[in-house]
Design a protein around this ligand. Structure first.
Ligand SMILES: Cc1cc2nc3c(=O)[nH]c(=O)nc-3n(C[C@H](O)[C@H](O)[C@H](O)COP(=O)(O)OP(=O)(O)OC[C@H]3O[C@@H](n4cnc5c(N)ncnc54)[C@H](O)[C@@H]3O)c2cc1C
Length: 380
């Protein structure tokens, strides 16, 4: 049976960042993902400006730019009542820029970095029959490709398997879907959010020139259209004129792909046997455009905290506490604020008034940037 110092389940930004930090600390890490790579992910693909420092530290900023990541310099938002605002992307009190890139390209580059520094990776695999005993976890690695299942063990287990869970309460359940389109005319280097009752649509350009459209809707709207993505989309086009104008000549290049998001899941950092990071630990409302930041920051924080120790050390409760504390210090308020803004944005009369106010008081939008786009690296 192969033994690893750590098993990381899920190769999104959180799992990859945790695996990189542990591997840099000299740990033997197995990173697995149930999907084969490269894999897509329902996401707006807006990488906030605060992440550039992390990506540069990993030597990936140039690689992302060479891959064609788009500079995103402005945010446009519009309300169902036709009012719209356009502001520069702010970071650290100054105009800055984020990136527009598909998650298949970004996560593939992150994964290449992890492989480069010695992380072991298996795609198309899940860990089953997990048993925690005597300070070790044993499990069976089961592949989708018919390979014989293999027994393995690890001293530490990290769940970084994302937030795609159907929540129990319909009130807290969101549904996200994305689709690539060929073009939307000239919208500059902007990330765009169009609000309407019970949802919003985000538009962002990707590295190959395609336009990613990603919508997030409440469960009630999803059920009203019986989960039919195209019908939901037609409804959205009819509910926001700016969205309609922008998309009317655009042709879809792919089908819609969807996922559930449960906004009611409690924060989770450690369950006595395993650590949690990224969306598996805390889900920020997609309206904030900060999930990638939370994932990279959480993964780095957890990996660097654990990596300070010898892999066989028993230190989990104290580390879990330090991890949770540093995480809460940075993300408790953005998590709460994202829910408030998500709720306001998905209630048309409120969104109409708020966006009208923002048009005259742009400074409030800068304050929102300050909440969601703070420096990404966390100190324990
Ligand atoms: C509609 C929508 C739009 C969004 N737009 C943005 C945006 O523009 N900008 C932004 O910053 N954030 C955005 N987010 C949030 C962002 O996508 C997530 O916060 C981010 O992907 C979380 O990263 P992660 O590594 O925690 O999880 P993920 O990126 O979800 O990665 C989890 C990985 O775990 C794997 N996995 C799951 N279960 C298992 C298992 N049992 N075994 C093995 N592997 C498993 C999955 O295949 C996946 O690869 C958006 C979210 C949604 C829903």
């Amino acid at each position: 049976m192969t033994h690893y110092d750590a098993l990381v389940i899920g190769a999104g930004p959180a799992g990859i960042a945790a695996a990189i930090e542990l591997s840099l600390a000299g740990w033997e890490v197995l990173l697995i993902d149930k999907a084969g790579f490269p894999r897509g992910k329902v996401c707006g693909g807006f990488v906030g400006p605060e992440n550039k420092a992390i990506l540069a530290e990993y030597g990936l900023l140039d690689a992302l730019e060479r891959r064609g990541a788009k500079y995103v310099t402005h945010l446009q938002i519009s309300a169902a009542n036709n009012i719209s605002v356009r502001v520069p992307i702010y970071f650290n009190g100054r105009p800055d820029y984020g990136l527009g890139i598909s998650r298949s390209a970004m996560d593939e580059l992150l994964l290449a970095k992890a492989l480069d520094i010695g992380v072991n990776f298996e795609g198309g695999i899940t860990a089953q029959h997990m048993v925690h005993r005597g300070g070790h976890s044993t499990f069976t690695l089961v592949g989708r490709d018919g390979r014989a299942p293999a027994e393995a063990s690890a001293t530490h287990v990290i769940y970084a398997n994302g937030g795609a869970v159907k929540g129990k309460s319909p009130a807290s359940r969101l549904y996200g879907a994305s689709c690539l389109f060929d073009s939307i005319g000239d919208s500059g280097a902007d990330v765009i959010m169009h609000f309407l009752d019970q949802g919003h649509a985000g538009i962002n350009r990707f590295e190959d020139g395609s336009v990613n459209v990603c919508y997030v809707i409440k469960d009630a709207l999803f059920r009203r259209f019986k989960g039919d993505f195209d019908q939901v989309w037609r409804h959205m086009l009819g509910a926001n004129r700016n969205l309609y104008r922008q998309m009317k000549n655009a042709r879809p290049l792919t089908r819609w792909h969807g996922t559930f998001v449960d906004m009611d899941r409690p924060l989770r950092f450690f369950d006595g046997h395993a650590f949690y990071t990224g969306d598996a630990s805390a889900v920020i409302h997609p309206v904030a455009g900060g999930g990638i930041t939370l994932a990279l920051s959480g993964g780095i924080l957890l990996g660097s905290l654990l990596g300070r120790h010898h892999p066989e050390d028993v230190f989990r409760a104290a580390e879990a506490e330090a991890y949770a504390k540093a995480f809460r210090r940075r993300f408790a308020w953005p998590l709460r604020a994202s829910r408030m803004i998500g709720a306001a944005g998905h209630t048309a009369p409120v969104a109409n008034s708020v966006i009208r106010l923002l048009k005259w008081r742009e400074a409030h939008l800068h304050q929102l940037f300050d909440i969601f786009h703070q420096p990404a690296v966390l100190q324990a």
